[in-house]
Structure formats: C-alpha cells, structure tokens
Design a protein around this ligand. Sequence first.
Ligand code: ADP
Length: 244
Amino acid sequence: MNDKTEKLIDKKGLRVDGRKVDELRPIKLEVGILANANGSAYVEHGKNKILAAVYGPREVHPKHLALQDRTLLRCRYHMAPFSVQERKSPAPSRREVELSKVIREALQPSIFMEYYPRTAIDIFVEVLQADGGTRCASITAAALALADAGIPMRDLVVACAAGKVDSSVVLDLDDVEDKLGVADVPLALMPNLNAVTLLQMDGLLSLEEFETAIDFAMEGCKKISAMQKEALKAKYVNVKETEE
Ligand code: ADP
C-alpha cells in the first residue's frame, strides 16, 4: 500500500468526512417530482445529486426492436457536463454506456417483463452532481421511479457499495475514497427476496474482507430500502394533504 492511501482513516478510526467505517452518507429520496414522466425520483446520496425518469410501458420506437413475449427495458445513464469538477464531455462515454447496462441489468430481475409484450420501458438517469457511488444511487433512484410509474415489480431494488480504504473495510465510499482507496464493491439487492442483482468488485480484497464488505453493503441496502419505502409513502401523504 502506498503512503497516499494511509491518510484516509485517522487515529480515531474516522474517515475524511468524519464518518465511522460502517456509516452511510446522508441520504434524501423524493418521488414523483417530474410532471412529464410517468414516474420519477430524485436522490441525494452524500454529494451525489441524481434524477431518474421512467416512461412506459409504451409503444416501441424503432418498431423492429419490440419483443414478442416481453417488454423491452432500456436505460440511459448520463452525467451532466457540470456534474464533475473538470467539465465532462456531453457525448456518451464508454463508462456511461457500461453503467447504463449495469443499471438496467440490476433492475430487470425485479420487473414482471412478461406482463407487457411488444412495449418498451425507458429509464433515464441524469447525474447532476457526482461524488462516488453514482451507479448505486442511480439504481436506488431508478427503482423508485419505476414504482412511481406503477410498473409491477417483485421487489424494490436498492443499491449500496462497500469497499476498502487504507487497511479497513468501509461502507459507502465517496469520490476521494473511491479514487484513493483499495477496493470498491457495489451491490444491488432485492431486499424482500434476499436476492442480489448486481455485484461488482474493483480492486483487491482478501476473502474475509470481501465477506465483511458484502455484510456492510447488505446492511447499507437495508437502511436505504426503508428510506425508499418512506419516500414512496410520503408522495401519497402529500397528495392527500393537498386534496384536503
Ligand atoms: P460510480 O460513480 O458508480 O462509483 P465509478 O467508480 O466509475 O462509478 O466512478 C467513481 C466516481 O468518479 C464518480 O462517482 C464520479 O464522482 C467520478 N467520475 C466519474 N467520471 C468522471 C469524469 N469524467 N470526470 C471526473 N470525475 C468522474
């Protein structure tokens, strides 16, 4: 390990932003915030600010992409040019193409795809501000937007990463920890079915560290899952209050 990575956890065991090793960043979730999408959600996860919009099930364009036995699930993950410190080119990068696929595949197992043959469900994710862990926050946001659009699902997917900085396993890495840390393990979960829909690992961990990272990420997912449910409920409480 180089000297650079030795400074991410202080003598008291606290991280650069003052968190404990098993602590999530502050999270704010909101549902139903875009008038023109069928479903939408906004997530603030630490300094990440992410919008997700869902359209569908709707007619497929171009038509030849339509599937006879199920819906066509499409996802576009995009980072705004102002989302990172150095202006990011607005053109889709290889990373964005990969993350679009990763997010789609993490959500797909939760959706009853066969209910809507010859249609499309489109998910658009816009990262307005990025600070590490955007794929997980995007999955959390997109699952909420799918629920808000009324898409029938087996479970509400939630995602969270764990990893290793210095010599400690930590939950929910921010940008600095992601860049200077040793490993990052994003995980997406269907909490009621206890089924993992995404598991990646960037970096190296021992088997024991990997198991701790999975435990941390699962616990993180469960906490965020409770917040997702609150966010969904909050929308309907607000609607009821406005009607009264
Ligand atoms: P994730 O956001 O899921 O952790 P990565 O590990 O690929 O995905 O990216 C880590 C972080 O690096 C991002 O959250 C973002 O803060 C930063 N980042 C990604 N792309 C760029 C870019 N083009 N310029 C500057 N920072 C970037």
